[in-house]
Design a protein around this ligand. Structure first.
Ligand code: 48H
Length: 254
């Protein structure tokens, strides 16, 4: 006998319990693309309480589509250890490695879940909490509220550290820059993403990963966009290494 109201109760009670359990976390991550998922796994594995908020229904960000919808990604040798760590299969192609974009996303998500990171979909980060010039939380709303253009006030969660892993639009950095002014970039503002130059971009995305405003770290494509570095196309080693670096930097602070 399946009682529909029992199904409803189980879903709502458990989802609310999960959300309430994440009102105060060590690290809150905006964006469930490759850099955010890698950061989530390594942080959770090191013992941090981590919540990741993804705007869309599915996690994985820009990785699903591989290159121009050919569902393959390329990863350079420096990041091969991360493919191994996540159990992602690959083949050697010249100097690089090639993997299925679909398998890669599935394994990034499953590793993040298994590490104990809490993943929330359909929730957008629309603002931050700032206390004494330190970012210490996210202001959240259902993504559907924005899509429907509804005027619904958000809710907030607190975090010791926050990560902007929102990719090309670098949404959290943009909010902080707009509302409080100066970021930790040479110009003090958002320097903007440059045209494709894979080799340089893959090196810079790791270098650019770091604390861009007190309490706020930036990883992945957002790191290159905030520091005025080029894009790289469908090579994903830098995204994986950037997520790992963000996790290592934050772990040292916790
Ligand atoms: C909650 C949000 C919000 C928000 C956005 O774009 P992503 O895959 O980001 P990265 O940096 O992990 O990976 C970048 C890579 O996919 C890519 O685009 C590359 C390599 N491009 C190279 C090139 O030349 O084009 O994921 C970001 C995620 C997405 O899933 C968004 O839906 C989500 O963040 N997101 N989630 N609140 N405000 N904004």
């Amino acid at each position: 006998m399946i009682e529909e109201t029992e199904v409803s109760r189980a879903i709502v009670e458990n989802a609310v319990k999960d959300f309430l359990d994440c009102l105060e976390v060590d690290v809150a991550i905006a964006g469930g693309g490759p850099s955010g998922l890698v950061a989530a796994r390594y942080l959770a594995e090191s013992g941090a309480k981590v919540a990741l908020f993804e705007r869309k229904l599915s996690l994985g960000g820009g990785m699903w589509g591989g290159g121009m919808m050919y569902p393959k990604i390329v990863v350079q040798k420096e990041a091969r250890c991360i493919l191994d760590d996540f159990g992602i299969n690959y083949q050697k192609e010249g100097e690089q490695y090639i993997a299925s974009s679909i398998e890669s996303v599935a394994k990034l998500v499953s590793n993040a879940v298994d590490s104990g990171a809490r993943l929330f979909n359909c929730i957008s980060v629309e603002d931050v909490l700032i206390r004494e010039e330190v970012v210490n939380g996210f202001v959240l709303n259902w993504s559907t509220v924005d899509v429907a253009g509804l005027h619904v006030d958000p809710l907030a969660i607190k975090a010791r550290y926050c990560v902007d892993a929102t990719g090309h639009p670098l949404e959290v950095c943009s909010i902080v820059c707009r509302k409080v002014g100066k970021l930790n970039t040479p110009s003090g503002g958002i320097m903007g993403e440059r045209s494709m130059w894979a080799d340089v971009s893959e090196r810079l995305v790791v270098e650019n990963t770091g604390e861009v405003y007190p309490g706020l770290y930036v990883s992945g494509m957002a790191a290159n966009a905030v520091y005025g570095s080029p894009r790289m196309g469908p090579i994903f080693g830098g995204m994986l290494l950037s997520g790992k670096k963000a996790a290592e930097l934050i772990t040292k602070r916790l």
